[in-house]
Design a protein around this ligand. Structure first.
Ligand SMILES: Nc1ncnc2c1ncn2[C@@H]1O[C@H](COP(=O)(O)OP(=O)(O)OP(=O)(O)O)[C@@H](O)[C@H]1O
Length: 258
């Protein structure tokens, strides 16, 4: 029997974004495969972050942004009259930002924040277990288990980013979006986050924006190359980096521009 095509976790079709009339994305199509890491690469200002933010309606928070076209999660439309509730959507499609941004709360309360908002666990043993499990999965438990009452903002940059990952994981999202998650980190903290991405993609679908082509090559299975608001090429990461089909992709990955 012929193999069934795998249903993509998320799809974007004719996705366009304008900021106050200025186009930032010009009708982009992309399928995000389930259980994989998809990397978005391309020169500064080409629309990578704008695209990423469309996947959990974070552009809704930017008054000048106008989104058209379609994005779906497991076939369910995010935008339009029958679109998804953004708060529920963001529990299913979590986000980790460029600069670690823990809340000015304790480490415990940072991780418990989402589960409390969505009523996912009762206070006490159940919440303790969820907080511990999330910190373990983010590779931070051992470092913080004795200081759970300490401020999240008191951790090192790399630890703060892992705390933000624990916070995202705590609500059991299906997809995690990462917008240059290592750009504020040193090489050791970066390596830890990359290892973590490798582990997390067993359970979550991940989409990562990165300026580092080495990072895209190390962590992703699929890479999409953006240029001036369009996707020029998308394919298996190995193919994109060894045998790109498009001359613009070739120019970018060989450092001729960008
Ligand atoms: N909040 C905003 N208001 C107005 N214009 C914006 C806003 N965010 C992005 N833009 C514009 O949209 C275009 C795409 O920006 P975006 O940040 O998505 O690109 P990027 O590829 O992620 O860039 P970088 O790699 O530098 O982060 C740029 O021209 C940018 O100036």
């Amino acid at each position: 029997m012929a193999e069934q095509p795998v249903q993509p976790k998320m799809t974007a079709r004719a996705l366009a974004v304008h900021y106050g009339g200025k186009p930032a994305l010009k009708g982009v199509d992309l399928d995000v495969a389930a259980g994989e890491v998809t990397a978005l690469i391309g020169p500064s200002g080409c629309g990578k972050s704008t695209f990423l933010r469309c996947l959990n309606r974070m552009n809704d928070t930017i008054p000048a942004a106008r989104v058209s076209g379609s994005v779906s999660l497991d076939g369910e439309e995010l935008y339009g009259p029958a679109g998804m509730d953004p708060v529920l959507l963001r529990a299913r499609v979590g986000m980790v930002f460029q600069r670690p941004n823990p809340f000015p709360k304790s480490i415990y309360d940072n991780v418990a924040f989402g589960p409390r908002l969505h009523g996912l666990a009762a206070e006490g043993d159940e919440m303790d277990t969820l907080v511990r499990r999330s910190l373990e999965r983010a590779g931070l438990w051992k470092e913080v288990k004795d200081v759970l009452d300490g401020q999240g903002t008191g951790l090192s940059g790399g630890q703060q980013q892992r705390l933000c990952i624990a916070r995202a994981i705590a609500v059991s999202p299906e997809v995690i979006l990462m917008d240059e998650p290592c750009s504020a980190l040193d090489p050791i903290a970066t390596a830890r986050i990359e290892e973590l991405i490798d582990e997390l993609c067993e359970a979550f679908t991940i989409v990562i924006v990165t300026h580092s082509m080495q990072q895209a090559a190390r962590v992703s299975q699929t890479t999409a190359f953006f240029h001036l608001g369009e996707i020029i090429e998308v394919g298996a990461t190995e193919q994109i980096f060894t045998a790109p089909a498009n001359a613009l992709t070739q120019g970018y990955i060989t450092g001729r521009f960008g």
